[in-house]
Design a protein around this ligand. Sequence first.
Ligand SMILES: NC(=O)c1ccc[n+]([C@@H]2O[C@H](COP(=O)([O-])OP(=O)(O)OC[C@H]3O[C@@H](n4cnc5c(N)ncnc54)[C@H](OP(=O)(O)O)[C@@H]3O)[C@@H](O)[C@H]2O)c1
Length: 230
Amino acid sequence: MRRYLITGASRGIGRAIAEKLAAPDVTLLLHGRDTVALAETCQSVKSGCARVISLIHDLALPKGVSDLIAEVGGDPLDLLVNNAGITVVKPFGEITRIEWEQTLGVNVTAPFLLMQRCAPHMPPGSSIVNILSIAAKTGFAGWSAYCMSKFALEGFSQSARAELRDHKIRMINIYPGATDTDIWNAVEGDWPRDRMISANDVAAAIAFALAQPPEVLVENITLGNLGGDL
Ligand SMILES: NC(=O)c1ccc[n+]([C@@H]2O[C@H](COP(=O)([O-])OP(=O)(O)OC[C@H]3O[C@@H](n4cnc5c(N)ncnc54)[C@H](OP(=O)(O)O)[C@@H]3O)[C@@H](O)[C@H]2O)c1
């Protein structure tokens, strides 16, 4: 039996990953904050996997992260997907300290602590997937807090990958361009959903990377609409 932990699985890309990776020999540990939305994900995957466990925690809070780690426990973990993430989109002059710290907490500190605490329980051949963004490579006006967080996770991931090689744990970084999910609902402006990729496109890329032989590491996958960035 394999155990997979996916954060932010209540909607969007995380839900699509859960649906893609559900398999009869897999226990899915699905994390979210919205109990109703997470229950919908659990319902949609439960017939396809051995067991599904829902984990409700707010990753902006240190206690939320430590409680999640405690609930995951010390049994072997074959996959950790750091997917939960938030955006704050506004000129940097208007970003509040709380918004800055929440962005750091959810997008950087939670993945760091999950990797630090889960990696010792991950056997050779297991994988960590970090959902980064094209905003981990390029800055965009209005997206400074978000880009800060993704650039930070990028640097951490590259270094962690080098350390994890000796443990035969694969560190796979995914860099989606604009993806049609709820995350855009709170972003002001008229964003063309028809020029975005889908959450299923991102999940399919992850499934491809995970399906490689254990000694093969797909390090980075950048995905975007053929038509270019928005
Ligand atoms: N959509 C894009 O264009 C795009 C592009 C590149 C990268 N990404 C990245 O992809 C990942 C998933 O984003 P998405 O587009 O699927 O967004 P989404 O539909 O808004 O989903 C975000 C997920 O993160 C969880 N989350 C947010 N704040 C949280 C908190 N404080 N504590 C715990 N969980 C929290 C949400 O949980 P609840 O809903 O249960 O609160 C939800 O499950 C993020 O890391 C994002 O940065 C997205």
